[in-house]
Design a protein around this ligand. Structure first.
Ligand code: GUN
Length: 283
């Protein structure tokens, strides 16, 4: 049976470290968190992010804007936050409502306050192997692998999903650590044939229980980035992309949902915020 990769334990270590850095450097970093609209999942994510900011000594500044906020208003707010010396980081929760051009918004955030690492300048730096800010979820996955002593070099890694938030940066980060990387997506043919070759499988497709035991190689490392809400016996619960109960019998390591990658994403957000705060103070 697989060893469980415990994101709660590792994220606690990261957060303790962040707290002690904030205390020893006598800084009080601040993070602007912008949410447009009332998407229930986004509301939960933003609530958790602000709660954890407070736990480590980061001041969250919440901007909850109505669903019909014009794009120009959001650009104006970001412009003001870019100039505001009291703000170290800016996060715009995605997805944005359809009338807003996401790329235009991400472009408007100063690369030096871009806690998500989504600005094209930071994406480019990551791509060429000189990262400044790394996206939180893939960064959290790499940190979990490191913590559990799972080497990446020379391994076959398969990433399911090609989003800008997880799939693409995850593949690049594994590649930079000398894995042989394949990205699979909704148009991939013979998916199981590819996943069965993976020493490390990272799933970020958002389909509940999609990855079955017969799709993975014996002793593979299985990282589940999916957070999917499903109804079970009239109650809603969170499940990942991976059929955890069956896959854990075949894998060597596996992340649970909840309690795997999710807490690491939030911990990396806090780490990115503190790193940007320290960077700005050193300039
Ligand atoms: N929506 C889903 N994941 C993320 C994330 O990591 N950052 C932001 N800003 N929005 C998201």
């Amino acid at each position: 049976m697989a060893q469980i990769i415990d994101g709660k334990i590792v994220s606690k270590l990261v957060k303790d470290n962040i707290k002690s850095i904030i205390e020893s450097k006598k800084i009080s970093p601040s993070l602007a968190v912008i949410l447009v609209g009332n998407d229930p999942a986004s509301l939960t994510y933003v609530r958790n992010k602000t709660k954890e900011c407070l736990e480590v000594g980061i001041s969250p500044k919440d901007y909850h804007l109505p669903e019909d906020t014009p794009e120009e208003k959001l650009l104006e707010l970001i412009g003001n936050l870019n100039k505001d010396d009291d703000i170290d980081g800016i996060l715009v929760q995605l997805p944005l409502p359809k009338h807003i051009n996401t790329n235009k918004i991400l472009n408007a955030i100063s690369p030096y306050k871009d806690v998500d690492g989504f600005h094209p300048e930071n994406v480019g730096k990551l791509m060429i192997g000189t990262p400044f800010v790394e996206p939180c979820t893939p960064k959290g996955v790499i940190r979990l692998l490191e913590h559990y002593g799972i080497s990446v070099e020379g391994k076959r890694a398969v990433v399911l999903g090609r989003s800008n938030i997880v799939g693409k940066p995850m593949a690049i980060m594994l590649l930079h650590r000398n894995a042989t990387v394949t990205i699979c997506h909704s148009k991939t043919k013979d998916l199981s044939e590819i996943t069965k070759q993976a020493d490390i499988l990272v799933s970020a497709i958002g389909i509940p229980n999609f990855v079955k035991a017969d799709m993975i190689k014996k002793d593979a490392v299985v990282i589940d980035v999916g957070i999917n809400k499903v109804e079970e016996n009239g109650k809603s619960k969170l499940v990942g992309d991976v059929d955890f109960e069956n896959v854990k019998e075949v894998a060597s390591y596996i992340t649970p949902v909840p309690g795997g990658v999710g807490p690491m994403t939030r911990a990396m957000l806090l780490e990115n915020t503190v790193n940007l705060a320290l960077f700005r103070r050193s300039c």
